[in-house]
Design a protein around this ligand. Structure first.
Ligand code: SF4
Length: 65
C-alpha cells in the first residue's frame, strides 16, 4: 500500500519549515495557506518527508501507512 502525507491544517501555522525541506511537495500560497502538491510518499522523497515530519514545529505532518 502506498504511504500518504497528511497535514493537520488545524495545527499548521504556515511557517514554511516543510516547504524549505521539500518544496516539490509543500507549498505556501500568497495567503499563507499550505498546499500539499503531491501526497504520495515515494522512495525518492521519503527521507525528506520524514525530516519534514520531524522538523514541523507544530507536529502537523504525518505519514499514513
Ligand atoms: S512545517 Fe508544519 S506548521 Fe510549518 S507550514 Fe509545514 S505543516 Fe505547517
Amino acid at each position: 500500500m502506498t504511504k500518504k502525507i497528511e497535514v493537520d491544517f488545524e495545527l499548521c501555522e504556515a511557517n514554511g519549515v516543510c516547504m524549505g525541506i521539500l518544496p516539490e511537495v509543500f507549498e505556501l500560497d500568497d495567503e499563507d495557506f499550505l498546499h500539499v502538491l503531491s501526497d504520495e510518499v515515494t522512495p525518492e522523497n521519503e527521507a525528506k518527508v520524514r525530516e519534514a515530519v520531524r522538523q514541523c514545529p507544530r507536529q502537523a505532518i504525518s505519514i499514513r501507512e
